[in-house]
Design a protein around this ligand. Sequence first.
Ligand code: MN
Length: 423
Amino acid sequence: MTHPNDPTLRSFIDVDPTLDFPIQNLPYGVFSTADGLAPRVGVAIGDDVLDLWQLAQDCRIDVAELGVFAASTLNPFMALGPKVWSRVRARISELLRHDNPELRDNEKLRRRVLVPMADVKLHLPIAVSGYTDFYASKEHATNIGVIFRGKDNALQPNWLHMPVGYNGRASTMVVSGTKVRRPRGQLKPANAEVPSFGPCQRLDFELEMGVVIGQSSTMGEMLSENQAEEMIFGFVLLNDWSARDIQQWEYVPLGPFQGKAFATSISPWIVTREALEPFRVNGPEQKPTPLPYLQQTRPNNYDLQLDVDLRAVQMKQAMRICRTNFKYMYWSSVQQLMHHASSGCAMNIGDLLGSGTISGPEKHQRGSLMEISWNGTEPFELPGGGKRTFLEDGDSLALRGWCQGDGYRVGFGEVEGTILPAQ
Ligand code: MN
């Protein structure tokens, strides 16, 4: 049987080569329609959503527990484990192939299981158990370090030895399209004697990938590279909204807290680790060699293009403010997961790991406004007038990502969020 990643596969559903969801992708999401049925699990194909619950009802997909596709999150399906993930993906691929009449020629079934994406509402695809955010791009950490400590002490002494991270909030994880209210917090500008409480003045985004953990680990046990790998269900785009002024005053000595707790946005479609397999690349050389528990034998980075577009209220068209690539990340997702469990910390199904802001070596590859405007000292012009250093009310930000194959792309769609004024 042809592998679902085969670049020559074609579906009976036509998918333009510049679109994100060809038969080689098959990302999972949770959707509902105007029919009033509860949110359920689907797969994106072209401009349609394939309803897995309806397919399973019709005995077209064989999973031991039928209920997993009637669920309003992917957690029950993820619990079935990587062998089932693979088998189900292969079956969906088979059903959608151009040379398989099973669904192609069954108009009644096709009408029931294929829903135009324009007619569905997409929901947060997982029940987020825990959210951890890392700081794993050397370029990003260096830029931030230069801004705050100067060139000679840019990287903290621990940075080259471990993936630095903090435990964030799962409670404020939202799906793309959810509006984000400007947070309030304690602020103390450099020239102020005492702090005050009010709306954030330096609201930022962070371009990240989110790693969806699909299997749990046992408290007290470390993970091997293979175990960590197998626990990763897939990836989403992630915008780690950040209040820089709140963060700067609060972060000593325990790290980010309220400045990161008000909202984190993710894209609705989870692209599986298996679909990204053809796009694996080696990350940057790690020097010094990491400690043995963090060493990896496989290329664990991905050649994944990333764009960030900003649109202010008065702008007709969005402007590109960043184009970079996930492959620049110094610490891989597998290393982050091995490090996370190394103390004995248990991982849960539905945990989400933020990769950390993804910046690259070039100026146009900076993944936050903090870096793009160099801490507000280098404002940039908006087409049609106006300037930006940080986000203003009404600004809309969209992150997009895709892996380019030969004649097709495995894409993530987008994660968008618009800023509402503070309450
Ligand atoms: Mn972050």
